[in-house]
Design a protein around this ligand. Structure first.
Ligand code: PGA
Length: 253
């Protein structure tokens, strides 16, 4: 693996002025490393200002969600062409909060992935099991089902533009990250599912780990060759911890 990918998911944090302050801090604290790609996913309303501030940097921009239609009577939704015009390269799709708070189904997620790819946006497709599913030994089947359903109808060439984020639901926002062994095991299941069903070269698949990643546990997680980066929530809201995670990602490459 030649590069690690770190994405900061700001969720519903930071007004426009707070977003500008945070991005300025990150830009001044972080020394870009060609082995690391760093992206941020601010709330929709902050995307234009953050895009402007990132214009002369190597950091990239992601949206936290998208709707699957190009335009129309869909009150409150935002389309792929709108995100594209704002300068987003990536879009997070299928985050567990979208699935569990907003009731998004595998089918909704699959439609969003197709729509994003159609418009040249790269999906960061999130999957992960709930605690009760892990405890009843269903983790592998849950992960395989989410992959099959979310990626249904995609060609191998499309898959090259999709990043997978393994985020066990029990690890998100709980301070209880998966161990490196737990994450490595599931990343290997994801990689082998993708290589088997879409005949992909395992090296071409980028799989991030997400769920309570911090400046303290990032380095241990990145020791696993299966873990190609991180989707970071809470720890990306502070420049110091986000930059430290990005620095850990560049250490041994
Ligand atoms: P967390 O969130 O780092 O706060 O656990 C991760 C995520 O939801 O992507």
């Amino acid at each position: 693996m030649s590069k690690r990918f770190i994405v900061g998911n700001w969720k519903m944090h930071n007004t426009i002025s707070q977003a500008e302050t945070l991005i300025r801090d990150i830009l001044s604290d972080y020394q870009p490393n060609p082995s690391v790609e760093l992206a941020v996913a601010p709330p929709y309303v902050a995307l234009p200002s953050v895009a402007r501030l990132l214009a002369s940097s190597t950091m990239t921009l992601a949206a936290q969600n998208v709707y699957a239609k190009d335009e129309g009577a869909y009150t409150g939704e935002v389309s792929p062409p709108m995100l594209k015009e704002l300068g987003c390269q990536y879009v997070i799709i299928g985050h567990s909060e979208r699935r569990h708070i907003f009731g998004e189904s595998d089918q909704n997620i699959n439609e969003k992935i197709h729509a994003a790819l159609h418009h040249g946006l790269h999906p960061i497709f999130c999957i992960g099991e709930r605690l009760e599913e892990r405890e009843s030994g269903q983790t592998h089947s849950v992960i395989q089902n989410q992959l099959q359903a979310g990626l249904s109808g995609l060609e191998p060439k499309d898959l090259k533009n999709v990043t997978i984020a393994y985020e066990p639901v029990w690890a998100i926002g709980t301070g209880k990250a998966a161990t490196v062994d737990q994450a490595t095991e599931i990343h290997a299941v994801i990689r082998s599912t993708l290589t088997t069903h879409w005949s992909l070269d395992p090296e071409q698949i980028t799989i991030l780990y997400g769920g309570s990643v911090t400046a303290d546990n990032a380095q241990t997680l990145f020791q696993s060759p299966q873990i190609n980066g991180a989707l970071v929530g809470k720890a990306c809201l502070n420049s110091e911890s986000f930059v430290k995670i990005a620095e850990c990602a560049g250490l041994d490459l």
